[in-house]
Write a protein that binds this ligand. Structure first.
Ligand code: ZN
Length: 130
């Protein structure tokens, strides 16, 4: 499967999910253009200030000085099951990611073991810009 190693890393990160409210675990792997990568998982909070796996990975990378990103893999599913649900980023994450990526940035999701690639513009057309 394309992106096999990255998918495995995203699956591992997913196991760190803190999701006692939704019981929906999400993992992500963000690939930088320099070849490095950063994982993330969703971290929920009952103050409704949860962090999605995508933003978790971006914040980790940016805080380590990374600026150029190639793609992100996002996968998820209910706790205790394989992450086979098509797990598209929420609107907040789409807007957040758009700050840091160019038009060729890919968002890759897994749908029943099928790898589906989107471009940021597919998921966030006509996005807000200053
Ligand atoms: Zn999100």
């Amino acid at each position: 499967m394309k992106y096999e190693n990255d998918i495995l890393e995203a699956k591992k990160a997913r196991l760190n999910s803190h999701s006692p409210y939704s019981n929906f675990q999400v993992g992500a792997l963000l690939k930088c253009k320099d070849g490095s990568s950063f994982t993330g998982c969703n971290v929920e909070n009952d103050g409704l200030q949860s962090i999605c796996a995508e933003r978790c990975a971006f914040v980790k990378a940016i805080s380590e000085g990374k600026k150029n990103f190639e793609y992100i893999i996002v996968l998820g599913g209910p706790k205790g099951s394989e992450p086979t649900e098509k797990c598209l980023p929420c609107g907040y994450c789409r807007q957040f990611m758009s700050e840091f990526v160019d038009e060729n940035f890919k968002i890759i999701v897994i749908d029943n073991n099928e790898v589906i690639e989107y471009k940021i513009a597919d998921l966030l057309p006509n996005s807000f810009r200053f």
